[in-house]
Design a protein around this ligand. Structure first.
Ligand SMILES: [Zn+2]
Ligand SMILES: [Zn+2]
Length: 351
């Protein structure tokens, strides 16, 4: 049996070692991808620290993290159509069945079958296999102009695009993004690409805010130094932002997002909080301010496709989001530690 290397979480918290495991064997309706780029998502970081991930809950440890992947097709089962060995692809970590009731409503994240068809063993491995069924929804062939590292970032861009489209960013509107981490920077770029005339970036870290200006934010607000709600009102003729994206995931910033939106505006709650978290919100913000509040997590096949198109068209700069590149799977633990220390932006393993 052919062996390969994979980063494996063997114990909670954060015991990660590179192990030799069998290269996944493919069935006639599956294909094998040689991983060339996998970027670390904060969801992986949280899963490695707390062990809370549906795959760990289903199958236990060891578990191979990573779901932002791109690579080259290395083998294709007999029944797979439309794909061939040698194609460069971006692979989304989902496989909605399109037939169950949530899929039929377009709520793919809630597909009754999705968890069972996740890529195996995970992105931080030399090879991973994906189901051939519905492959066109999740496996996109790359243009030569798109590098593997850019293709790995289609996934986080798709998640942000899902949030931006659900909240809606009207032409000429004013948007605010709370949290200037990698996802906040993607949300900011997407809000502009979708039509925002002005985007404010809010964070507590001056260095991150400087960086946000570099990435194209129009104005920044340090919410540790000034009252961000007052600041945005002063800068918008006492209106507030038309749409606010929360990309931190804390009770305090959920509340701030609702406060910063104008009456009748929209708020996108993008940042996730640990299960069981609650948020206390003054009722007038919910009722009298007539806000439209959307929550998103994950994305649809169309978001994934459109995210790649935006990268191809140069409308979203994902290359500059990559702060750390590792040339072996041994880098996964360091990447996790850097993320926990809030160092840098996206960390990518390139093989
Ligand atoms: Zn992700
Ligand atoms: Zn389904």
């Amino acid at each position: 049996m052919k062996k390969m290397k994979a980063a494996c979480l063997t114990k909670i918290p954060k015991e990660i070692e590179v192990q030799e495991i069998p290269v996944p064997e493919i069935g006639e309706n599956e294909f094998l991808v040689k991983m060339h780029a996998c970027s670390l998502c904060y969801t992986d970081v949280k899963a490695c620290v707390h062990g809370k991930h549906f795959y760990i809950e289903l199958y236990g440890l060891p578990w191979t993290p990573g779901h932002e992947m791109a690579g080259e097709i290395a083998a294709v089962g007999d029944q797979v159509t439309g794909y061939s060995v040698g194609q460069r692809v971006a692979v989304a970590p989902f496989n909605p069945c399109l037939e169950c009731p949530p899929c039929k409503l377009g709520a793919y994240r809630f597909c009754h079958k999705a968890p069972g068809s996740f890529v195996q063993p995970g992105g931080f491995a030399e090879y991973f296999k994906v189901p051939g069924e519905g492959a066109h929804l999740r496996t996109l062939v790359l243009q030569d102009s798109v590098s593997y590292e850019e293709a790995a970032l289609v996934e986080p861009v798709a998640s942000c695009l899902h949030a931006v489209r659900k909240a809606g960013v009207p032409q000429g509107s004013t948007a605010a993004v709370i949290g200037a981490g990698p996802m906040g920077l993607i949300l900011m770029q997407l809000a502009k690409a979708e039509g925002a005339a002005k985007v404010f970036m809010v964070d507590v870290d001056d260095q991150r805010l400087e960086q946000a200006l570099d990435f194209g934010a129009d104005e920044v607000i340090n919410s540790a130094k000034e009252n961000a709600n007052q600041a945005i009102r002063l800068k918008t003729g006492f209106m507030g932002a038309d749409v606010v994206f929360e990309a931190v995931g804390s009770a305090q910033t959920y509340l701030l997002a609702l406060e910063m939106a104008r009456g009748g505006g929209a708020v996108s709650l993008f940042g996730g909080m640990p299960g069981g978290s609650t948020v206390e919100i003054p009722s007038e913000l919910l009722h009298y301010h007539e806000l439209t509040i959307t929550g998103t997590s994950s994305f649809s096949p169309d978001d994934y496709k459109n995210a790649l198109e935006l990268i191809e068209a140069g409308k979203i700069d994902v290359k500059r989001l990559i702060s750390h590149r590792f040339d072996s799977l041994d880098g996964v633990l360091e990447a996790i530690n850097l993320s926990l220390d809030k160092q840098g932006l996206k960390k990518v393993v390139l093989l």
